[in-house]
Design a protein around this ligand. Structure first.
Ligand code: FES
Ligand SMILES: [Fe+2]
Length: 349
């Protein structure tokens, strides 16, 4: 099915949202890849929205994220070589600096002024390279309320689903499914939601299989990332799921599980025992996240989304979709990341 047919099907069932890729993509911080996938002195290419980006890490470890196609004749710069602080296109050896500007041609011509890649706002935290779809970030990078240096954390890729991230992350505020599919029990369902232009926050008290009774601080970042912060088995516990939006529609998810390196309850334990306890807790949190993903996965793979028949318990979901309807989109650097020659080819990575 091509994109036009997919949009028509989506819109014809009373759904108030245009798919991603129509009038741009949501202005969000997207997880592009794992930090460990881009070694110092290397350049790697990754699919992003309906195109491709390159991630370049210089010898000092600093990362730059740029549109993937050379401004000369359009060669894919994931084939580029790193030369000091620049990357060099394999075709005619034009060189780009970390800001994306072409600073040198091998033949000696002055680089044209237009020979500039788009350098996307980017950052790294919690083992992820993040990229912002826009000129300038309008909200903070998703993070936990504790400095990364105080955490033990595990970051991994998780499920991929044939839907846009905003539909996948509607799952968080779909409180009915937390009960029916994941086995959660609420004493009372949350009714207070702090809704900003780029975030939604709320608190939920519930009893959940694997975790027991817990009070979770839930925060939605943009339309593609959720953080859950709580005490689990007496220990501070942090979970994040973030989704990269790809043409398809498709969402590639990343999971992060974390706890404090040293918990107040550790008392006089040795450093190595503290760390073992922390890792055991992180493994338990990761298993919990994977269990949720496994429950959702067959649903996500086959769902044909519509939202024109919600019931009374879908209050949170209504608030979520109202937020989504107002969420801005960006078309920044759209023409620089797309490869129309490859558009019909199957996704490689
Ligand atoms: S296509 Fe890149 S230098 Fe010519
Ligand atoms: Fe779920």
């Amino acid at each position: 099915m091509n994109d036009t047919t997919a949009s028509d099907a989506w819109l014809s069932r009373g759904v108030a949202f245009t798919p991603q890729g129509v009038d741009g993509y949501h202005e969000c911080w997207y997880p592009l890849c794992l930090s460990s996938e881009v070694k110092p002195g290397t350049v790697r290419g990754f699919r992003f929205l309906n195109g491709k980006l390159v991630v370049f890490r210089n010898a000092a470890g600093e990362v730059s994220v740029m549109s993937a196609y050379c401004r000369h004749l359009g060669v894919d710069l994931s084939l580029a070589k790193v030369t000091g602080d620049n990357i060099r296109c394999p075709y005619h050896h034009w060189e780009y600096d970390r800001g994306g500007q072409c600073v040198k041609t091998a033949i000696g011509d002055t680089p044209p002024k237009r020979a500039r890649l788009f350098r996307f706002p980017s950052a790294e935290n919690l083992g992820v390279v993040w990229v912002y779809n826009g000129e300038k970030p309008a909200y903070d990078l998703p993070r936990f309320p504790v400095d990364e240096s105080e955490l033990v954390y595990y970051t991994c890729r998780s499920i991929e689903a044939p839907m846009d991230p905003f539909m996948l992350y509607s799952n968080t505020m779909d409180l009915q499914h937390l009960i029916s599919l994941h086995g959660a029990k609420f004493d009372t369902m949350p009714t207070e939601f702090d809704v900003g232009p780029r975030n939604i926050s709320y608190t939920q008290d519930m009893t959940v299989p694997m975790l027991g009774r817990t009070t979770q601080q839930v925060k939605l970042h943009g339309t593609n990332c959720i953080t859950l912060c709580s005490q689990v088995r007496g220990r501070p516990s942090f979970l994040m799921s973030a989704g990269l939006c790809l043409q398809g529609p498709r969402t590639r998810t990343f999971n992060i599980s974390a706890t404090l390196k040293r918990d107040a309850g550790d008392g006089a334990l040795s450093r190595s025992i503290e760390r073992l306890k922390a890792w055991a807790h992180v493994r338990m949190l990761d298993a919990f996240g994977k269990k949720l993903n496994a429950d959702d996965d067959p649903i996500f793979r086959t769902i044909s989304p519509r939202i024109d028949s919600l019931s009374g318990s879908d209050l949170a979901l209504r608030i979520y979709f109202d937020y989504i309807a107002k969420y801005p989109r960006s078309r920044v650097a759209e023409d620089l990341i797309r490869n129309d020659y490859l558009a019909a080819a199957p996704a490689a990575h």
